[in-house]
Design a protein around this ligand. Structure first.
Ligand SMILES: [Zn+2]
Length: 491
């Protein structure tokens, strides 16, 4: 069983001996692909090697405003329905006037008339490969760094598009290739340092006329909005870094089943937030996390008193349905990113603010599962080792579950006879079952600027606390600093 984009028509299939193989094609509209059944004259054993020659045709790239978009994404060649990692040796014949870039190493080119034949090899087994073609310029950035980044982008096209974009209320950035190139170079080197070595010599990125991005080994498709303007809120930086981070999460470390897809999407999303934190500061990252939190909390209309809910991350693409359209992105990307943020918050040393445990965990995850597919359970086992405790409760609530907690904090400050200050307070959880529990940090900000942190295990019971012996006057008591828990707080 093979799959192919429905815009493509299979003409013939031959086996290694040159004999015709009968096939049947069935379109699966829902998955936007064509399933091909091949009728073999003998069964193929598990360790057999069989050769096929496919002849198929159709439009795999569509022209739009002067650029081409590879509509078939990674479905432009016949692949087993369950994509396995494999190596590739690809040759493309393209018109000379267009820039052309594909996945892998460009190992040769031969001019043929007014066309050019280029050959690309992918020697590290991988799931998906693709290409980009169009009237694009090639730019290079980071040539003095460990890994250079190649950008395929048409500034002239954007100059032509400018008036139309402005008419639609969009401001157009200048030298977008530099802005995108800078984020790709910086994110690439940051992740290389934080997660482990990037496996390729360079990274290539091409603009596509679409909204989304898609990552292939050493190569990115990047939708046009990110080439129009860099916004102040950081979402474009996050979009760019997200696609870069897929080189580690998704391309190198794969995911075992659709239920584990958050290991690719949420990890890429949280890595991108780490990049935003490094580039624009912690407050930019926290502002975006708060937006994610509000989106997650507001998605469901819930009955009064039943508490907020959001789909389970482990549902993967099934988190969205006709009634919950945006849920795949919201749950798998954003709530998933929060899961990593919560683990990071649980691992941070609140006395020193040291974060080695969290980053060591990510490094070990990458080192262990490079070139393989990991499951949520694999990751849980690792997280348990780094936190030194069983995390069934955590994964049950946040990855397999749908509850979202709300906390109410009330506190008072008193000065004792010896001049010390004492903070007393009560934390009340709401909207969750009696079995729900979470480690929630609290911070007391003193007038000296010093901060005193505590972590409380809050269950379904109200939690009373006391922090005594504070030498300076407390100015503020805040529950859930740095959005440590995906929760709403009334304080
Ligand atoms: Zn992604």
């Amino acid at each position: 069983m093979l799959s192919l984009h429905p815009d493509l028509r299979m003409r013939s299939v031959k086996n290694g001996d040159g004999r015709t193989v009968r096939f049947l094609g069935r379109e699966e509209k829902r998955d936007n692909r064509r399933i091909l059944y091949l009728f073999m004259d003998r069964p193929i054993a598990a360790d057999d090697t069989t050769r096929f020659e496919f002849v198929y045709e159709g439009e795999i790239a569509r022209e739009n405003v002067g650029l081409f978009y590879v509509t078939a994404g990674a479905e432009w060649y016949p692949t087993p329905v369950e994509r396995k990692r494999s190596t590739f040796d690809l040759s493309f014949r393209t018109p000379r006037g267009y820039a052309f870039v594909a996945t892998g190493d460009r190992v040769g080119e031969v001019p043929i008339g007014d066309t050019i034949m280029t050959r690309w090899t992918v020697t590290r087994p991988t799931r998906n490969v693709s290409f980009a073609i169009g009237p694009m310029e090639r730019y290079e950035f980071g040539t003095d760094r460990k890994y250079p980044v190649e950008i395929y982008f048409s500034e002239q096209l954007h100059v032509n598009l400018g008036p139309a974009l402005i008419a639609n209320g969009l401001t157009v950035g200048r030298h977008m290739e530099r802005q995108v190139g800078n984020d790709l170079v910086e994110a690439l080197h940051m992740f290389d340092t934080e997660f482990g070595p990037y496996p390729y010599e360079r990274l290539r990125a091409a603009e596509i006329i679409a909204f989304h991005g898609e990552a292939f080994p050493g190569f990115l498709h990047m939708g046009y909005p990110t080439w129009v303007q860099t916004d102040v809120s950081g979402t474009q930086k996050v979009f760019r870094a997200h696609e870069v981070a897929h080189q580690w999460w998704g391309v190198e470390v794969g995911y075992a089943t659709y239920r584990d897809q958050w290991l690719s999407e949420a990890f890429a999303e949280y890595s991108a937030l780490l990049y935003l934190q490094a580039a624009d500061g912690t407050s930019s990252m926290l502002d975006l996390l708060r937006e994610y939190r509000d989106d997650i909390f507001s998605v469901r209309k819930y009955l009064f008193g039943s508490g907020a809910r959001s789909g389970a991350i482990a549902l993967g693409y099934r988190a969205h349905s006709s009634e919950t359209e945006g849920d795949y992105n919201l749950v798998v990307y954003k709530k998933g990113a929060f899961v990593l943020h919560m683990l990071r918050s649980m691992m941070i040393d609140l006395d020193t603010m040291e974060e080695t445990r969290f980053f060591d965990m990510l490094r070990e995850f990458y080192a262990t599962y490079r070139g393989r597919d990991a499951s949520t359970h694999d990751f849980q086992v690792l997280a348990e080792r780094y936190l030194g405790e069983d995390l069934d409760w955590f994964f049950d609530q946040w990855v397999y579950g749908s509850q979202l907690p709300e906390y109410k904090l009330r506190s008072s400050i008193e000065q004792s006879e010896n001049g010390d200050y004492v903070v007393r307070g009560r934390i009340e959880p709401r909207g969750v079952d009696s079995s729900f529990r979470m480690v929630v940090p609290l911070v007391v900000e003193l007038e000296t600027g010093a901060r005193v942190y505590r972590r409380y295990l809050v269950t379904d019971q109200r939690y009373d606390f006391e922090i005594a012996g504070l030498a300076a006057r407390p100015e503020k008591v805040r529950l859930n600093p740095f959005e440590a828990v995906l929760a709403k707080v009334d304080q």
